[in-house]
Design a protein around this ligand. Structure first.
Ligand code: UT7
Length: 325
């Protein structure tokens, strides 16, 4: 098995920023409620003309440049998203065309907020076994397109953005362990009820606002804390490491209170947690991706340091990846 690591990173956040003050004018909420309950102050919102693949392509271009690779050097593109450009084809195919990555095989992974970790885990297998050499893994979301802007319990949470990494063979370090889990009995806690085969789009769907995200926030909160902490512990065990061996934890950025509870359970100090929730909100699969990219670009992660990615989302699904730099 080859060693697989991150050899380039990129990010794109749309220009438009929606602040808590802006939301106060849209629904009955307050900056105080949003800040204390979630840790979010603002989020980026894509333009009407921008699709998820446009965000993904911009992040991917930066990652390719950072890896010093050309589009033709990429033989696998995976886009993790719950907001694909279209029902079909895969958003990864649009990204391929935009980049001119002619030699790549392309598909999407649908694992909600854990999507980036699921996609990295899949790509890891391909590269470790020598099936692929260089893979572009992108977490990209235009959550604003499935957000109910009349529902204060969800619309204050989400944002748009994309983070990309190039995975390739490395001489030392790289991915030390991966762990993925799911519980399909809990699909009812967080979903977009309509727009798929069970309930295709109709006038009634639109009237009942069933084409937007619905979430049992409280229930999801409790399970998020438990399953992310457990995912981190299992990934540590698989890598034969202890929490003290890990320098950084980069968790899914759904809620600062969830992040604090998870990092405390795992035994991390606040200074070891990388956050972008305040400025980005919850961007589903793009959250872990952009937070990782930002930590790398800010030179936080030094050579030889160990990073834990951990995430949780609709499905329910969860997972963790441990990487040595
Ligand atoms: O990313 C994938 C996974 N997603 C998550 O992990 C999210 C998990 N859940 C959460 O982060 C939290 O549950 C939320 C941030 C969504 C909600 O926080 P909470 O502390 O669980 O609040 P709550 O739903 O229990 O609501 C408390 C109160 C309610 O009022 P009453 O019934 O106590 O009078 C809500 O109606 O806060 C009210 N409320 C709001 N008030 C002002 C709900 N949303 C708002 C709002 N502004 N935006």
């Amino acid at each position: 098995m080859k060693k697989v690591g991150i050899i380039g990173v990129g990010e794109y956040l749309p220009e438009k920023i929606l602040t808590n003050a802006d939301l106060e004018k849209m629904v009955e909420t307050s900056d105080e409620w949003i800040t204390t309950r979630t840790g979010i102050k603002e989020r980026h919102i894509a333009a009407k003309t921008e699709a998820t693949s446009d965000l993904a392509t911009r992040a991917a271009r930066e990652a390719l440049k950072d890896a010093d690779l050309k589009a033709e050097d990429i033989d696998l593109i995976i886009v993790a998203t719950v907001t694909p450009d279209m029902q079909l084809p895969a958003t990864a195919c649009f990204v391929q065309a935009n980049l001119g990555a002619k030699k790549a095989m392309c598909f999407d992974v649908s694992a909600a907020c854990a999507g980036f970790i699921y996609a990295m885990t899949v790509a890891h297998q391909f590269i470790a076994r020598g099936t692929c050499k260089n893979a572009l893994i992108i977490g990209a979301e235009k959550l604003s397109s499935i957000t109910d802007w009349q529902d204060r319990s969800t619309c204050v949470l989400f944002g748009d953005g994309a983070g990309a990494v190039v995975l390739g063979e490395v001489k030392s370090g790289g991915i030390l362990s991966t762990y993925l889990g799911s519980d399909g009995h809990l699909t009812g806690l967080l979903n977009v009820p309509a727009g798929g085969s069970r309930q295709p789009f109709s006038k009634e769907v639109m009237e009942k606002r069933q084409n937007f995200i619905k979430m049992e926030g409280n229930e999801v909160f409790k399970i998020a804390v438990m399953s992310m902490a457990e995912a981190g512990q299992i990934a540590l065990k698989k890598a034969d490491l202890k929490c003290q061996d890990v320098n950084w934890i980069i968790p899914h950025q759904a809620n600062l209170r969830i992040i604090n509870a998870v990092s405390k359970r795992l035994g991390f100090a606040n200074a070891q947690v990388y956050l972008n929730i305040e400025k980005c909100g919850n961007m589903s699969s793009a959250s872990t991706a952009t937070a990782l990219v930002e930590a790398v670009k800010a030179d936080k992660i030094k050579k030889g340091e160990v990073v834990m990615l951990v995430a949780f989302g609709a499905g329910l699904v969860w997972g963790s990846v441990i990487i040595k730099w």
